[in-house]
Design a protein around this ligand. Structure first.
Ligand SMILES: Nc1ncnc2c1ncn2[C@@H]1O[C@H](COP(=O)(O)OP(=O)(O)OP(=O)(O)O)[C@@H](O)[C@H]1O
Length: 659
């Protein structure tokens, strides 16, 4: 900076110098017996008290509460080293849990002799003596002033034996200036400026409902499950849980979803909310993880979706098209799904098993002869796939399961968290279960059967996962949607009874508690597609500056998506594919299909021609009914992504070309 220092930087520097000198003096007077290193650290922490932080000094550690969160700082050699610091952290975590504060917001820090240190040691962040104040000052803002006050007051009562210490405001005689040439005041000044500049982190990254905190900290004796309707904080709890487990163990945590883009977004969130452990949580999509796992084990994978697709098309032409299957549903898609989600998705390799398997969430009942026809198609597909020497996505999971089930292999993860579990196949769930087995706090399955966006399904009992007693938890408070938005979404699936992975049938219109939250549904019905599109563009343009960063436009199909992509390009409205979204704000509309939006949320959600996903008349065949139901489920997911505005466009026709 030097000569170019801004006025604010100069003011900060002057203030900091005064505070630093006063702090040094105070520590020298009160803690004369402490070593120089310890005194220097305490002086830095005292400076923080002049900047909105509170200090509770104990024996060997200091609890700090400030805009950057709650820190338990090990100083000097009065305490019990790392073990003592972790014990003090746990006590502090318990104390703040009553206020709804997540354990991940309480961070243990060890200050060590030396300079330029900043690294993780297990769950403890290690900072050099010179860095402590600077690093804490530069933290993104996590707590507002009133929260700092409330938490510090609470901790003063809850943690007896600690002394509240603050920098005393005294007028400084001019001849007592304490020139401490060794200390990096510039660093402290820059950190203070940086801390003030950084955007505060989201409230949910620090505060949860006390019931949610209890789930995050709970000890489960085996696999556990968290379910609940859309927007009830399942992912939020799962993220805090992953961070909490990462701090409790030295192993790695695997956080898996089915979709590809979700892990990126969730990883961004975790990095902000619990940076110290972020590197020990692997956010992965199931298939990409399985491929890498096989590679590490030296198992060759020749995944080729296109060639596998061709193998299926040929098989259909050869044995499917003229078979009795075509009478049930003439489209090959339904039968491809049957192979993907029922036969291979469940890992079936013998007809006798398929002949009797319960085909969960498949609406067309198939008797034995019909199943035989499906099996022939399956065998033909497998033969043609082998001929081409390629694997499909299901093969990858089956091979990974075979590897993971082998005795004696290294256990790569201490815990596995599965988000959106309802969209996994049975083999996928078995694979993840095989990684950690029934270990305490090993497997956590999070999801909601009502938001299923792929066909087929499974029950936990099919996977041999036994979740009993308090290991099955249901969240019931929707924190995302307003009454209007949730009502509009529930109306779509009101008549669809669904079965979740526990096998319990649940009515579509579920009881959900709502938190008070504003939010509107805007319905636009136009006689022509052009008029509809003009309204859409107008509505997007009417959004306030900067709003596009938190806006999504979602479509039922890729084809429709192409249309709106071009429309937005012509209208010069910035847009980004949802696939590229990683949770960091970009001032552009996020464009994607309904299934792509799963697990995400946006302030504004635009669903042009949303009613193409709905059918006016009851479908005549079972397979058409199943498809219609799946479309409603996807639309429901898309609608419940909206926090503040749900824009529903439709074309009343005539004539409205179908998209
Ligand atoms: N205790 C809480 N207080 C306030 N907001 C909360 C709380 N818990 C969660 N939220 C907010 O609720 C919203 C939904 O949370 P989350 O995405 O975890 O829900 P979900 O159950 O996973 O949703 P879905 O199944 O629809 O994907 C988020 O905006 C989150 O910040």
């Amino acid at each position: 900076m030097g000569a170019g220092l801004s006025q604010e930087a100069r003011r900060q520097e002057r203030l900091l110098r005064e505070q630093w000198e006063a702090a040094r003096r105070q520590v020298r007077e009160r803690r004369g017996t402490a070593g120089e290193g310890e005194r220097r650290v305490l002086a830095q922490l005292l400076v923080l008290t002049a900047r909105g932080w509170r200090l509770l000094v104990g024996r060997g550690d200091v609890v700090l509460v400030g805009p950057g969160g709650v820190f338990v700082v090990g100083v000097g050699d009065g305490g019990g080293g790392a073990a003592g610091l972790l014990a003090a952290t746990r006590v502090t975590e318990s104390a703040v849990a009553a206020l709804g504060m997540s354990p991940v917001a309480v961070q243990p820090v060890m200050v060590a002799a030396g300079q330029g240190l900043d690294h993780g040691h297990g769950r403890i962040r290690v900072l050099g003596e010179q860095e402590a104040g600077r690093v804490l000052l530069a933290q993104p803002r996590r707590l507002r002033a009133e929260s700092v006050r409330a938490i510090a007051d609470h901790l003063e009562r809850a943690l007896p034996g600690r002394e509240a210490v603050a920098l005393e405001e005294r007028t400084r005689p001019p001849d007592q200036r304490d020139h401490d040439g060794l200390f990096d005041l510039d660093g402290l000044r820059d950190a203070a400026l940086e801390g003030a500049r950084r955007a505060p982190i989201e409230q949910w990254m620090t505060f949860l409902h006390p019931d949610q905190v209890a789930l995050v900290r709970r000890n489960w004796s085996g696999p556990a499950r968290i379910s609940g309707p859309a927007g009830t904080g399942k992912t939020v709890v799962a993220l805090h849980r992953a961070a909490h487990l990462a701090r409790r163990t030295t192993g790695r945590i695997l956080y898996v979803t089915f979709a590809n883009n979700l892990p990126r977004v969730q990883s961004t969130f975790l990095r902000t909310m619990a940076p110290a452990v972020a590197d020990r949580v692997d956010f992965r999509s199931l298939h990409s993880w399985a491929q890498e796992f096989l590679q590490e084990r030296g198992v060759p994978v020749r995944l080729n979706g296109d060639k596998a697709e061709t193998a299926f098309s040929r098989a259909w032409t050869h044995v499917g098209r003229e078979s009795l299957l075509a009478r049930i549903d003439p489209g090959p898609g339904y039968w491809h799904e049957e192979i993907d989600h029922v036969i291979k998705g469940r890992g079936l390799t013998r007809f006798e098993d398929y002949a009797v398997v319960p085909r969960r969430r498949r609406r067309a009942g198939l008797h034995r002869t019909q199943r035989q026809a499906v099996w022939e198609l399956y065998e033909e597909y497998e033969a043609r796939r082998h001929e081409r020497g390629v694997h499909d996505f299901n093969d990858v999971l089956s091979m990974a399961l075979a590897q993971a089930s082998q005795e004696g292999g290294p256990v790569p993860y201490a815990a596995v968290v599965v988000d959106e579990v309802q969209d996994l196949t049975l083999v996928g769930v078995r694979l993840l279960h095989a990684l950690v087995g029934d270990a305490p706090n090993g497997l956590l399955l999070v999801g909601d059967g009502q938001q299923t966006v792929y066909p087929g399904g499974f029950r936990l009992t099919d996977a041999g996962i036994d979740i009993r007693g308090d290991r099955g938890q249901v969240l019931r408070t929707n924190y995302r949607n307003s009454r209007q938005i949730l009502d509009a979404a529930l109306a779509v699936v009101a008549d669809d009874v669904f079965e979740d992975i526990d096998g319990v049938p649940t009515p579509g219109r579920r009881d959900v508690d709502l938190t008070y939250h504003d939010g509107d549904v805007v319905r636009v019905a136009e006689p022509t597609a052009d008029a509809h599109d003009r309204e859409l563009v107008g509505a997007l343009r009417a959004l306030p500056d900067g709003a596009l960063a938190d806006t999504a436009l979602l479509c039922p199909s890729k084809r429709a998506l192409g249309h709106y992509q071009r429309l937005l390009a012509r209208a010069e409205i910035p847009a980004r594919p949802l696939e590229q979204y990683d949770g960091n704000p970009v001032d552009a509309v996020k464009l994607g299909t309904y299934p792509r939006a799963k697990g995400l949320e946006f302030k504004n959600v635009f669903l042009p021609r949303y009613d193409t996903a709905l059918t006016d008349t009851a479908p005549e065949t079972d397979t058409a009914r199943e498809r219609a139901e799946l479309m409603r489920s996807r639309l429901f997911v898309a609608m419940t992504r909206a926090r503040d505005l749900l824009w529903l466009g439709s074309v009343t026709g005539p004539p409205a070309p179908r998209r």
